[in-house]
Design a binder for this molecule. Structure first.
Ligand SMILES: Nc1ncnc2c1ncn2[C@@H]1O[C@H](COP(=O)(O)OP(=O)(O)OP(=O)(O)O)[C@@H](O)[C@H]1O
Length: 504
């Protein structure tokens, strides 16, 4: 085996009472694409933060090309040849790709990389790009770029420093469409042929077989398995079982047993210019309605319109058969509609506040009845029960939301939705960044909600929509694509969402 580029031995890290990492052994070889797997809270982000110098380990050693290194700052890691692209790279939308790459290099190292030859940097970015399969105009403003183009800019920004040998990508595909994902993989393969090692966090297990050479599985802060993908294929190991430490059943709960009841939410001819047109559909009590739409299909705007965050230009919304004017999210909540947003960072959570605060936000009425002491007791009991239902880990109500891993933050948003006792639940991209074990629990909760309410799942993950919903439609370029009488098969739904066509 070639000498590893990067090795971690016996690495540990504690946050107050939480032992986030213990005795982690890890290595990655030159030009290797190595997937880092683990359920939410397993310690992946903590480990990555240590490798990129954002936080410091409590114990253990790191070596790069056989030499021990000590990272006190992100610049130390970059200097040693380790660059990281965060899950949501901070790019400046109204600057060009090139300016962003340049800016990244300027700010990456302060004094360290102070003298930069902009022309040389541009030439280098263009040269790197020329080898990629992704056609990308770096002179375009980043705000005009697609998600994969932005990811490419962030990668070029990370590589703009001399001597980068390890590139860390934190869930880069979570906002990409299937086609864009292929583009990103092409780009990763190119980097690999240039000898760059890639450490890659993902919750999409099929991606491991599509792009990785090897993988490590973290569980409860320890690396419990390291294997080549070839070995895993041959021995037919279940990645999900390695991650969870137990056998995995079906992720999706059974479909509704009984026919759906009355229509609780009806949209008729709903539209907003350039976003979506003539949307008519019903969500009924007792069913999960699935809407599959790619990024940019209008799904996001449609969900915001139903939740009163965007005004409808045309059409009507009826709740319980009565027309409603949803001028604000508050009005939507009062009408019995609850939206669990896809972007928990900007829309769903007060990050600095504890879980206990976040959960009852949506239903202050329920939380505010009765005497103060009674109220507090009830709030705590309700919040405890809800966090148990969504399997929040750790099950702490006092930890600030920001102290939870990404997937667990999504569970807090979900608990908030459950507390709202709505009639109509709308889930947008409900399981982005959520591990397979928690996904099964979230889907089971949706099924439980659908016993008495109408549940709408809006997602760009076709398998999710098809797997969880009783009835599915697709949104393509702002238009609804509905199936024939027999409903969509998984492949037909995919076609409808990508091409806007219904199979004959
Ligand atoms: N700043 C912090 N303060 C307190 N606890 C933290 C902090 N950061 C992480 N933790 C805890 O450390 C553990 C590991 O979290 P980490 O974010 O590394 O998990 P992860 O594997 O990246 O999860 P996910 O897939 O959800 O992103 C969790 O129990 C988490 O709650």
């Amino acid at each position: 085996m070639a000498t590893p580029v990067l090795t971690a031995s016996d690495v540990s890290k504690r946050f107050g009472p939480v032992q986030a990492l213990r005795g982690v052994d890890f290595h990655v070889g030159p030009g290797e694409v190595h997937a880092l797997l683990g359920i939410n809270g397993a310690g992946k982000s903590t480990f990555i933060k240590i490798l990129s110098g954002i936080i410091q380990k409590d114990g253990g050693t790191l070596t790069v090309a056989g030499r021990e290194v000590h990272f006190r700052t992100p610049e130390d890691a970059i200097r040693a040849g380790i660059a990281t692209v965060q899950q949501h790279p901070e790019l400046v939308a109204d600057m060009s790709g090139l300016d962003n790459i340049f800016l990244g290099r300027e700010t990456a190292g302060r004094g360290l990389f102070a003298r930069i030859d902009r022309a040389a940097l541009e030439a280098r970015a263009e040269a790197l790009l020329a080898r990629f399969a992704v056609p990308l105009d770096l002179r375009q403003e980043v705000g005009q770029m697609s998600a994969v183009e932005r990811e490419a800019v962030a990668i070029l920004q990370a590589l703009a420093v001399d001597g980068i040998r390890v590139l860390i990508l934190d869930e880069p595909t979570s906002t990409l469409t299937e086609v864009e994902r292929e583009d990103l993989f092409a780009l990763m393969n190119q980097l690999k042929t240039r000898g760059i090692s890639i450490i890659y966090i993902t919750h999409q297990l099929e991606e491991v077989f599509a792009i990785a050479d090897s993988f490590s599985v973290f569980r409860a802060g320890t690396c419990v398995a390291r294997m080549s993908v070839a070995e895993a294929r041959e021995s037919r190991v279940s990645l999900a079982e390695l991650m969870l430490g137990e056998a995995v059943g079906d992720v999706f709960p059974p479909k509704a047993g009984a026919p759906a009841g009355e229509a609780l939410l009806e949209l008729e001819g709903l539209g907003r210019p350039h976003e979506f047109t003539d949307i008519s559909l019903q969500a009924r009590r007792g069913e999960i309605l699935g809407i599959f739409g790619l990024v940019g299909s209008g799904c996001d705007e449609l969900s915001k319109t139903i939740f009163g965050a965007l005004p409808a230009a045309r059409g009507t919304i009826r709740v319980h058969g009565r027309e409603v004017a949803l001028r604000s999210p508050r009005a939507a909540l009062d009408a019995g509609i609850f939206l669990v947003p896809g972007d928990r960072r900007s829309e769903g959570l007060a990050l600095s506040r504890p879980a206990l605060f976040n959960v009852p936000l949506a239903n202050l009425r329920r939380a505010s009845g009765g005497f103060w002491a009674l109220r507090r007791g009830r709030l705590r009991r309700d919040a405890q029960e809800l966090t148990r239902q969504v399997a929040l880990h750790p099950p702490s109500l006092t930890t600030p939301a920001s102290g939870f891993s990404g997937g667990n933050q999504q569970k807090i948003v979900l608990a908030k939705g459950l507390y709202s006792e709505a009639d109509i639940y709308i889930f947008v991209e409900p399981t982005v960044g959520v591990d397979i074990g928690a996904r099964a629990k979230i889907y089971a909760q949706m099924r439980a909600l659908a016993r008495t309410a109408a549940v709408v799942v809006i997602s760009s993950d076709c398998d999710e929509v098809h797997g969880v919903a009783d009835r599915t439609v697709a949104l393509h370029k702002g238009r609804l694509v509905a199936p024939g009488a027999r409903g969509f098969s998984r492949d037909d739904l995919l076609m409808a969402g990508i091409m806007g066509e219904v199979a004959a």
